[in-house]
Design a protein around this ligand. Sequence first.
Ligand code: MN
Length: 166
Amino acid sequence: MPKPLVYRVQNHAARRLHHDFRLEIGVALKGWAITRGSSLVAGEHRLNVAVEDLVLDYIDFEGVIAMGYHGAVLMLLWDRATGEPDGDCAAALATGSAALTLQGEKLIGRWRLERMKSRLCEEHVSWLLVKSHDAARERGDLDILEEQPRSVLTGRTVKDIAATAA
Ligand code: MN
């Protein structure tokens, strides 16, 4: 039985609000930025782009970090859980396809991470986060992002967190 992985989703308010999907691989949190956010809709493909690893110390970070010239970064801890990979997740990711089951507070069920074929000149590697046809929602159902926008850590919204930094 593979070792469960720590998994987090942070709502990251940058130029545009997006989700950072994070998985504990080895000693770091691997990350993917999901432009349109996570989805519970069966068969839905969400484009995500690999981003820099994060040290495990920041796993439950929520709040605002001043970034000097670049302004401030706001993070809301949107979901947390352990994920159960089908086998060795690091090895599966290296091959470009990994399946896992999440038991989050918001994201529950099975997903696949699929690496897209990329051109050599591309700076960032694109992946797809694909929701499996398990106990998922259907198209037209309420969007989990609209239904549950609050932090799993503090119950705050992005607006609440922004207000504390003002
Ligand atoms: Mn981000």
